[in-house]
Design a protein. Structure first.
Length: 94
């Protein structure tokens, strides 16, 4: 039992280490490309996911600051649509 708990802790550490370093300038460029209108949020998230292969939390926070939308709203959009992933994915998805 104890070994299983250690494996879970080690797994969560690996997940934390996998968190992408988000270039806020890149996120701002993506937002600028699509505009600050709330209607462009999905396109912005799609471009961020294409860049990082998922939507990092830090990127959502940068989008919220740049677009003037709450982080909760961005999170709700990202979790509503199945095509957005909040966890890192491999280079190839089978």
């Amino acid at each position: 039992m104890r070994q299983g708990k250690q494996e879970r802790v080690a797994g969560s550490r690996r997940k934390q280490n996998m968190e992408a370093v988000v270039d806020t300038r890149l996120v701002e460029e993506i937002v600028d490309r699509h505009g600050n209108a709330p209607a462009s949020l999905i396109a912005v998230l799609q471009d961020i996911q294409q860049e990082y292969r998922y939507v990092p939390e830090a990127a959502m926070e940068a989008v919220a600051a740049k677009m003037g939308i709450s982080s909760a709203k961005i999170y709700s959009v990202a979790t509503f649509y199945e095509n957005f992933s909040l966890e890192p994915k491999g280079k190839y998805v089978i």
